[in-house]
Design a binder for this molecule. Structure first.
Ligand code: FAD
Length: 474
């Protein structure tokens, strides 16, 4: 391997050690290249590991376990595993998970001979970066190629009186020292919806405020209608079509003034309305790169090259879909391209997981997209309570919807709401990306009892409807 420690010239310098940077670095090392990762934080892992994906999912799992959420179908809404849940109960599991994940990542870098330095990188020119450590020392490093994987930070507009105690952004929320009785959440994107449903499962009175009149528009509307109904049914106030005019504090209590005269009073406010690219310290002007109004870099969507061909950008800093899962793939593809090993084209569809309570996961086209393309289609629906596994687990809600082409039988979209959705979706993803048809579900045997049996039920439902359609047309 072309690798020497304590050098200042590398084949590639990766800026940022989140999922995108991590995968770019490891892939480059596996191709025999010398790799330097520059990380601004004290520990590697990025937003994904320290404030985003892993902490929020660990919080969710802890809440579901301590509240006994999954057992309430049997034992009633008042069932609790732990009666008096405190913030410290939520945080202790997080620290353990996080330490373990950091260790795994550090070991992965070590095994692959990736050098890591801690400090903030800025470009000097198109071949050099300067890295300033927390102690203020500066070093200059050269490389033939660069990967910008700096991710994002929470958007913090001036009109929000953040105080990290009662008015928080999505980085602060995982550090709370008490569980509030009521919480207002501004922004019903994926993160806002996830936290709204998690805190509601803790019996916090949640009000979700969103200027648009609908939520999660990229998900099939039937799934969202069902999800919204569940959220409202358990007491989440959803103030859609509500523009925030002003946020004030009465003592420490936030008050959100909504256009039209309504206001929301709560013990805690979470501002979850967007993130901005962490590009400002990078001195991108020095290399002739511009960013958009949210600090994001534009790239070629196949190669992830910026307008400076040997400088790549991957992960959240390039915008949609802003997922840890897709960021990793982008990092890998960029590294392969940079070193002349172009990978095969990425499959057309990737899954989207929304770890709300209940989970949502989706792959392929929504019904509106299929209809918009003028494809003749039929849908099949299965309810989890129709499966024996669902009965055993006491599941009362949850559904799967599949959309098939009538002409070819191809599976076009698969959308799931409920327990295990983010795991189950991968069966649908495989069938879609392998261009499979309804026959796969009709002809194959599924383990019994499983929630995956819902695939068979939904396929049979679609097949019956298709048969009815063809009989009606005959
Ligand atoms: C609350 C929340 C929940 C989420 N849940 C999910 C989920 O369930 N599933 C999912 O797939 N995705 C989820 N995401 C999104 C996921 O976290 C991001 O898509 C992912 O972290 C992006 O990876 P990245 O490598 O692009 O950037 P990041 O993870 O943001 O890492 C960027 C790194 O670059 C470093 N850096 C920045 N500037 C510099 C500099 N100048 N010099 C050196 N280092 C620098 C930062 O310190 C950071 O460590 C969630 C995000 C949030 C906020």
């Amino acid at each position: 391997m072309n690798y020497v420690t304590a050098q200042n010239t590398y084949d590639v310098i990766v800026i940022g050690s989140g999922p995108a940077g991590r995968r770019a670095a490891v892939q480059s090392a596996k191709l025999g290249k010398s790799v330097l990762v520059v990380e601004k934080n004290r520990r590697v892992g990025g937003v994904s590991l320290h404030t985003g994906t892993i902490p929020s999912k660990t919080l969710r799992e802890t809440v579901l376990n301590l509240t006994g959420w999954r057992e309430r179908g049997f034992y009633g809404r008042s069932y609790r595993v732990k009666k008096d849940i405190r913030a410290v109960d939520l945080l202790s599991r997080q620290h353990k998970t996080l330490d373990h994940e950091v260790e795994v990542l550090e070991h992965q870098f070590q095994r692959n001979g990736v050098t890591t330095i801690y400090g903030t990188a800025r470009f000097v020119d198109t071949g050099r970066v300067e890295v300033m450590t927390a102690q203020g020392s500066i070093g200059t490093y050269r490389a033939e190629r660069f990967v910008i994987a700096v991710g994002t930070r929470p958007f913090r507009p001036d009109y929000v009186p953040f105080n990290q105690v009662t008015v928080l952004d999505t980085d602060d929320i995982i550090q709370i020292d008490h569980i509030p009785r009521s919480m207002a959440i501004i922004g019903a994107g994926v993160i806002g919806v996830e936290y709204a449903s998690i805190f509601s499962a803790l019996d916090v009175q949640v009000t979700l405020i969103e200027p648009r009149t609908s939520i999660l528009d990229f998900v099939d509307s039937e799934i969202i209608a069902e999800f919204t109904h569940e959220m409202r049914d358990r007491g989440v106030a959803m103030r859609l079509g509500s523009t925030v005019e002003q946020i004030t504090l009465s003592g420490m209590r936030p008050i959100v003034q909504i256009a039209g005269g309504r206001s929301v009073h709560a013990d805690m406010l979470l501002f979850a309305a967007g993130r901005v690219g962490a590009t400002s310290p990078l001195n991108l002007e020095a290399i002739g790169l511009a960013v958009d109004h949210r600090g994001r870099v534009t790239v070629d969507s196949n190669t992830f090259q910026t307008s400076v061909p040997h400088i790549y950008a991957v992960g959240d800093v390039i915008g949609f879909p802003s997922l840890a899962s897709t960021s990793m793939e982008q990092g890998r593809i960029a590294a392969c391209h940079a070193f002349g090993v172009p990978p095969p084209p990425a499959p057309e569809y990737f899954p989207y997981g929304i770890y709300a309570v209940p989970e949502i996961s989706t792959v392929g086209m929504s019904e509106a997209e299929v209809a918009g393309r003028g494809i003749a289609y039929e849908c099949g629906i299965a309810r989890f309570r129709e499966t024996s596994r669902g009965q055993i687990m006491g599941i009362q809600s949850g559904m799967m919807k599949m959309i098939f082409s009538i002409k070819t039988g191809r599976l076009l979209g698969c959308h799931i709401l409920g327990e295990g959705a983010t795991e189950l979706i991968h069966i649908g993803q495989a069938v879609i990306n392998l261009k499979g048809t309804i026959d796969f579900f009709l002809e194959n045997t599924f383990n019994y009892p499983t929630l995956a049996e819902a695939y068979k039920i939904a396929a049979l439902d679609a097949w019956n409807r298709m048969a009815m359609t063809s009989r009606a047309m005959a």
